[in-house]
Design a protein around this ligand. Structure first.
Ligand SMILES: C[S@@+](CC[C@H](N)C(=O)[O-])C[C@H]1O[C@@H](n2cnc3c(N)ncnc32)[C@H](O)[C@@H]1O
Length: 416
């Protein structure tokens, strides 16, 4: 049983990266909940990966750590279960001939003009509730864009256009902006809302083109990224075992239902991109399936917080237990991938449930220690610029909110 807590744990304001541009290179491509700040990945790589040749991110999201690794000529492997995240991460780390891209953007502009009054043979997507989220005119314009993307034969180009399309879908839908969950605007907001679909798409293409250009110029070698969809909670591919120099990741803070709903955030885009399981993603993510029994962990602090929460709300405690059990299984597999003397850098948040703080930084440290790692340091940073809800509704009483995560913990461990 592990009972010790971190000794080398300190606050360092220089990790806040206040006022820094977090959208350089391909980091500008697509918004996503709880994105990592590239400066954090970059600094961790500077401190812990000077001789590294392979990085692994088991919760890669849109691929912030992969982009930063490739910029330093370190190859990278990422995995995520959200198809939208995989698409964005792939596109952010893939070079495209810029002349060819620019020619295709021009072709797209001509296509829009030609198709505006002629939508014959353009298929209307058909998914549940489509009319609840989109105005008829918006749907027509989205269909025109989609029909152009279908004409692109080159997969890299198609991905590039699909990333811009995905953000266009979200921003032209009746979802309330600034919320990760799918909430519809009220009637008054809907009446006022007149998105300029083509303009939105063109702006995104333009912004992403310049992001890709900057990334192409800044790349120091020919390091590559490969993005998979395996689930480290379940298993780990053999070829990764003892092969990774550094794991750098920001795992989810909790299950999607009660923390960040990655699946809901991505659902409309995934549906327009013909991803069939779009509405099931949140259940597939860590903690998505609730276990019926409590697990006893080898870390008494975790057992104690779960017990305390169970005294207030047993169901909630079971959900938390399920999340940390998945997290434990994932770390067990991730630990196997790291070479001797290699590093694990986890950026985590300690959320509060029912007034009780879950010390995920200490939990992360203890789970790695159980798997042959020693703790190096835990840096506490403020979150000035991460898109995260800093308030939640821990009691589930409407309107009763409390501050949750104003800090993030960068936990660094080394394999013995
Ligand atoms: C905090 S986000 C990562 C954000 C990422 N660092 C970025 O900058 O975009 C956590 C990610 O974990 C993914 N995720 C949750 N459970 C997973 C699992 N079991 N396996 C792989 N990915 C998972 C979610 O889909 C989400 O994209």
């Amino acid at each position: 049983m592990i009972n010790s807590i971190s000794t080398n744990k300190y606050t360092d304001y220089s990790w806040d990266f206040r006022k820094e541009n977090t959208k350089g290179n391909t980091h500008c491509f697509h918004n996503y909940p709880a994105m990592m700040i590239p400066q954090i990945a970059n600094r961790l790589l500077e401190n812990y990966a000077t001789h590294a040749s392979l990085l692994f991110d088991p919760y890669c999201g849109t691929g912030t750590s992969l982009v930063e690794a490739n910029l330093r000529n370190i190859n990278a492997i990422g995995t995520d279960l959200n198809p939208l995240a995989i698409l964005i991460a792939k596109t952010k780390t893939t070079l495209i001939d810029l002349n060819n891209l620019s020619e295709n953007i021009s072709k797209f502009l001509t296509y829009l003009n030609d198709r505006l009054f002629d939508t014959t043979n353009i298929e209307k997507p058909d998914f549940k509730n489509i009319n609840y989220w989109f105005d008829e005119k918006v749907m027509k314009n989205l269909m025109i864009i989609k029909s152009f993307i279908k004409t692109l034969e080159d997969q890299k180009l198609r991905n590039f256009f699909n990333v811009a399309f995905s953000e266009t879908v979200r921003e032209s839908s009746w979802t309330r902006n600034g919320e990760f969950k799918l909430y519809r605007m009220n009637e008054k907001q809907i009446r006022k809302f007149e998105p300029k679909v083509f303009e939105l798409m063109i702006k995104k293409l333009d912004r992403n083109y310049y992001g890709l250009k900057e990334y192409t110029i800044n790349l120091k070698g020919n390091a590559k990224s490969i993005i998979y969809d395996f689930n480290t909670v379940k298993d780990i591919p053999d070829n990764l075992i003892n092969n990774v120099d550094i794991v750098l990741t920001s795992p989810p803070y909790g299950d999607s239902r009660t923390t960040v709903a990655y699946g809901q955030f991505s659902r409309l885009a995934n549906q327009w991109l013909d991803i069939s399981e779009a509405s099931k993603i949140d259940n597939m993510l860590m903690g998505g399936i609730k276990r019926k029994e409590f697990n006893e962990f080898e870390f008494s602090i975790l057992n104690n917080v779960i017990k305390k929460i169970a005294q207030i709300d047993n169901k909630r405690a079971l959900e938390i237990n399920s999340f940390y059990y998945d997290y434990y299984l994932s770390i067990k597999n991730v630990a196997k991938t790291i070479k001797k003397k290699g590093y694990a850098c986890y950026i985590v948040g300690n959320r509060t449930v029912k007034g009780i703080t879950l010390p995920t930084d200490e939990i992360t440290k203890s789970f790695f220690e159980m798997n042959g790692f020693k703790h190096i340091e835990t840096i506490i940073r403020n979150i000035p610029n991460k898109r995260m809800p800093s308030k939640n509704c821990p009691t589930n009483i409407k309107g009763k909110k409390s501050a949750t995560m104003l800090n993030e913990y960068i936990v660094v461990l080394q394999k013995k």
